[in-house]
Write a protein that binds this ligand. Structure first.
Ligand code: PMP
Length: 329
């Protein structure tokens, strides 16, 4: 019989899919489709390795509780791994996080604590303060802290990087990814640099206004990428180039990926592909660009894929429209 013991055993080994419609130049642009992970995002990889590292170091013991301020993909990955291994999960999120996202975490059995958004980080009710307090109050609690945990980039050094090298038979010349914690680009980038003797170019994609592309953390709408501080998990020397992408371009390419490539993915995927297409203007037939797509698009149906939401920010454009929904003709 062909089966696995648990859904968490299927993390990693995601496919590469060539972008045929959006990338028509000489260079193949291959998308690493991370929504094929069982929890639906690239964060399954770090969840697994952070938990296993904490078990090995004794920080997380049988019957322990995982406490993390997260509302999204990392929470799902942690909840899935916790379920397999019998840990309790408590996630702390600000009240601006949609009810749908909180309900997904609860569906996996996690306890979600909602905190007010409209208080400063040092306020006792802020979600940073509450998660710190819960870690000290709950017996056997452990906080993964994805922004500082070395197991985050290590998971990519040991899985994402080797997969890309193997899947391209060593022909990859450019790797493009968005930067949030920086774990993906730092770990994957380090592996690809080492294995290619520095030949593979590492290109960070960043929302305009974020610190990685020289901004001060000005607000942008694309989710999961860009920061207003420099996390420990980001290797500042890893990128050969950083491409800043506007929200409008990120969302237009995200819509194009669904309509023209049948890839229903999140806004940070459109951002990364926008950067990859810019790189593809400068490369030739012997180059191979791999661009990582972190998650799927179903979590963004009321935003990127909603015409009213797009119009409210002035992003709606007939060139990037989807199909239509209407009454019986
Ligand atoms: N896109 C999305 C949707 C994410 O959730 C994240 C993680 N914050 C990223 C991109 C960036 O990945 P990393 O944290 O590894 O830099």
């Amino acid at each position: 019989m062909d089966y696995v013991e648990h859904i968490a055993d299927l993390v990693g080994n995601t496919p590469l899919v060539r972008l045929n419609s959006l990338a028509k130049g000489a260079t193949p642009v291959l998308a690493k489709v991370e929504y094929m992970n069982p929890g639906g995002s690239v964060k399954d990889r770090i969840a697994l390795r952070m938990v296993e590292a904490a078990e090995a170091s004794g920080e997380l013991r049988p019957g322990g509780t995982i406490v993390e301020p997260t509302s999204g993909n990392t929470g799902v990955g942690l909840a899935m791994v916790a379920q397999r291994k019998g840990y309790r999960c408590v996630f702390v999120c600000p009240d601006k996080v949609s009810e749908d996202k909180r309900n997904v975490l609860a569906a996996y059995g996690a306890e979600v604590v909602v905190c007010p958004t409209a208080v400063p980080p040092e306020h006792p009710d802020s979600y940073y303060s509450v998660s710190d307090r819960l870690v000290t109050e709950i017996d056997g609690a452990w906080k993964p802290n994805q922004y500082a945990n070395p197991a985050n980039p290590e998971s990519h050094y040991h899985s994402t990087g080797p997969e890309i090298w193997r899947q391209t038979e060593g022909r990859v010349t450019h790797f493009v990814a968005g930067i949030g914690t920086g774990g993906t680009i730092s770990g994957t980038g380090r592996y690809l640099k080492e294995v290619s003797d520095g030949r593979v170019q590492i290109i960070g994609a960043d929302p305009e206004g974020s610190v990685y592309s020289g901004g001060v953390g000005r607000p942008y709408l694309v989710e999961g990428v860009g920061e207003d501080f420099w996390p420990d998990t980001y290797d500042r020397d890893i990128c050969d180039q950083i491409v800043a992408v506007s929200d409008a371009d990120s969302f237009h390419v995200t819509r194009d990926l669904a309509r023209e490539e049948a890839l229903l993915v999140g806004g940070s995927c459109g951002m990364a592909v926008a950067a990859a297409l810019k790189i593809a203007e400068t490369t030739g037939p012997d180059d191979v660009i791999v661009v990582l797509l972190p998650d799927g698009g179903r979590g963004y149906l009321t935003k990127v894929f909603n015409d009213s939401w797009m119009a409210s920010y002035g992003f709606l454009s007939p060139d990037h429209a989807g199909g239509s929904v209407g009454d019986v003709l």
